[in-house]
Design a protein. Sequence first.
Length: 255
Amino acid sequence: MSVSRRGRPAGPTGPVISRALRLLDAFDAERRELTLSDLARRADMPLSTTHRLMQELCAWGAVERGTDGLYRIGLRLWELGSLAPRGPGLREAALPFLEDLSRITRENVQLAVREGTEVVFVERIASSGAVPVLTRVGDRFALTVTGVGLVLLAHAPVEVQEEVLGEPIARYTAKTVTDPAQVRRMLADVRSNGFSISDRQVTMDALSVGAPIRDRQGEVVAAVSLVVRHGSATSHALAPLVRTSAQAISRALSN
């Protein structure tokens, strides 16, 4: 049996819902438009089965088929996604404060949540002239290297931390911390200081500072970060700005 790109079993058999989800999972940020053959190959399903399921998904609105014959994610999924409290609901509460932080600093501002052992970016505001970043809204990223990821991992359940640190840590630059013991010390610092520092871990020209966003029960449900050009500001100068924004978003979520 083969395995899908996110670790789920793949194959021509299985419940209809599982097969339909595999087809939807074939789309990603680099593959927003796919042919029927592409879908069948990426979902590891027969072409005839793929065609039948895609017809049903099109009829429901989960996908759309253009005049060019290519399939795309449909608006029906976007409508459902807007109901998720950790997605657009969180974004709606946070956006005014993210915009304020962006306006004050003229830097990259990011909002993210944890999904399993990965970061999912919910919003990103990039000012003109800000340092380029690799992340986009909807992207998934390693928890160990970004400012938001370190915050979310520091406050994740112990079993999640052990799972993440029990696997090899991906290296993005010469500055990426790949030693689990050192990452554990960084996570302890995040919990103690109330903010994270990711210094040139993703790209050699970027420094990220993140802070936790809490719900009314005090649980960390998201994180916000500033990403600036390395050398343009110190992490300790940025930390109060990021923490203030995180606290404001936390209050908004609690209302």
